[in-house]
Design a protein around this ligand. Structure first.
Ligand SMILES: NC(=O)c1ccc[n+]([C@@H]2O[C@H](COP(=O)([O-])OP(=O)(O)OC[C@H]3O[C@@H](n4cnc5c(N)ncnc54)[C@H](OP(=O)(O)O)[C@@H]3O)[C@@H](O)[C@H]2O)c1
Length: 262
């Protein structure tokens, strides 16, 4: 299937590892020019070099904390200076810690709002004017299955992620006339470092082994396994492509069927 993405400029935030990195690789494989950020400059640089080596595309890497609005501004400015435009923006950051409600401090709540909601606001504010000028754009937020179905001990994610869905729907309504499509992708349990960390916390709290926690997650999905980062990335690339040109304001779960609702 021809995706029509060659030479498009794609920003992927939180892209030194996990789902973000797989997404940057998938855009590079489609011939996009890619701009990636994360906080740790060394692991980000290593990711950028690996992507360039494998796909032969230009990659801009910049150490950015996406909770810092001025750093996001500087990053998007650097992307425009290097590539001349931005066509696709995938917002992403690490997930909030696994905690029950009374264990979560007010500081935890503020951090979750900063990383998992306001970061998407910061990117949208920066990229929309550039997309309006071209009358073409794609904004895709990476959130979680928690936008549809709460996950035990992830109260921070369960509560904060839904605000991103409200943002996505609002942006889709307001900027559809400018050719900008805005969608949300919610991964289910996906085999990344983040998931290993979650398994560790659950194991400590429950006395189960980490392998048993993983087996439980796999058993809960109709496909009987956890997902791979590449599988989430492929859904994001498709949503960004010309093949998904009449889809906006939607949440697409990539969860092996784990969401139990209709
Ligand atoms: N994996 C799953 O099973 C799963 C399921 C549902 C939802 N999700 C959500 O999907 C997203 C990605 O998950 P993942 O498993 O790929 O996570 P991950 O393996 O922890 O990777 C997170 C990436 O984001 C970067 N990052 C974290 N905080 C950042 C910040 N403040 N500013 C800039 N970059 C930041 C990290 O690099 P630095 O640390 O160097 O900044 C890293 O590159 C998360 O929001 C997660 O909660 C994951």
């Amino acid at each position: 299937m021809e995706m029509g993405l060659r030479n498009r400029v794609a920003i992927v935030a939180g892209a030194s590892q996990g789902i973000g990195r797989a997404t940057a690789e998938a855009f590079a494989a489609e011939g996009c020019r890619v701009a990636i950020c994360a906080r740790n400059a060394a692991s980000l640089k290593a990711a950028a070099e690996a992507i360039t080596k494998q796909h032969g595309v230009e990659v801009l890497d910049q150490a950015v904390d996406v909770t810092d609005a001025s750093a996001v501004h500087g990053f998007v400015e650097a992307v425009i200076n290097k590539f001349g435009s931005v066509d696709i923006c995938v917002t992403n950051a690490g997930g909030p810690p696994a905690k029950g409600f009374m264990a979560a401090s007010l500081e935890d709540w503020r951090k979750a709002v900063d990383a998992n909601f306001l970061s998407a606001v910061y990117f949208a504010r920066e990229v929309i004017p550039h997309m309006q000028r071209k009358h073409w754009g794609r904004i895709i937020t990476i959130t979680s299955i928690t936008t549809k179905q709460p996950v035990t001990d992830l109260v921070l994610s369960n509560a904060v992620r839904t605000s991103v869905v409200g943002l996505v729907k609002s942006l889709a309504n307001e900027f559809g006339k400018d050719g900008i499509l805005v969608n949300n992708v919610g991964p289910g349990f996906t085999a990344t470092d983040r998931l290993k960390q979650l398994a560790k916390t659950r194991a400590q709290n429950s006395g189960q082994k980490e392998e048993e926690i993983f087996a439980g997650w796999a058993a809960d999905a109709p496909l009987k396994r956890v997902g791979e980062p590449r599988e989430v990335a492929d859904a994001i690339v498709w949503l960004a492509s010309e093949r998904a040109s009449y889809i906006t304001g939607q949440t697409l779960l990539v969860d092996g069927g784990a969401y139990k609702g209709l």
